[in-house]
Ligand binder design. Structure first.
Ligand code: HEC
Length: 140
């Protein structure tokens, strides 16, 4: 009886830690994005006032363009992971306007690993743009 209890207990613990693990990685991707990308790519639609001080396109606009190019989740993850480490004008999918206005994105090599980027890219693909988003471009 004691042994059975122990086994059941272990089973529950294992199950609990598995589901916790899945939740934790989703949370981690969000946290990673907030720590490593959101200081440049804001997650809200900017007010006209905020637009003046933007240093990069808001992430919903970036993801709108990437999806507009027809990239599925895996293609987008590959593209984003590569672009963030090795940005170039030739690779950019967003409007040239983005680069013209903000300059080319500085490579984030040393700031973020490839593995972290895969998690971040999946997270932003799944969460941006938010439902109901309408693209308004970068007009002021
Ligand atoms: C120092 C500011 C800065 C940081 C930090 C930064 N970015 Fe960027 N990013 C930019 C700028 C500026 C652009 C627009 C110019 C361009 O496309 O290169 C851009 C563009 C992009 C693009 C669009 C590329 C395209 O197709 O034109 C993606 C995707 C992107 N960033 C992802 C990320 C991710 C993911 C992170 C976090 C790991 C990140 N960025 C961190 C400044 C930044």
């Amino acid at each position: 009886m004691k042994r059975l209890l122990k086994m059941t207990f272990l089973g529950v613990v294992t199950l609990a830690s598995v589901s916790n693990g899945a939740q934790k990685s989703a949370l981690d991707a969000k946290t990673l994005f907030e720590r490593k990308c959101a200081m440049c790519h804001i997650t809200r639609r900017p007010t006209p006032e905020m637009k003046k001080s933007l240093v990069a396109p808001p992430i919903m606009g970036v993801m709108h363009h990437i999806k507009d190019h027809g990239l599925d989740e895996n293609e987008a993850v590959k593209f984003i992971t590569d672009y963030v480490l090795h940005p170039s004008k030739e690779k950019a999918l967003c409007e040239a306007q983005g680069i013209e206005r903000f300059g080319l994105m500085p490579s984030q090599q040393g700031n973020v690993t490839e593995k972290e980027l895969e998690a971040i890219a999946r997270y932003i693909y799944r969460n941006f743009p938010p439902k109901g988003f309408r693209h308004r471009g970068m007009q002021r």
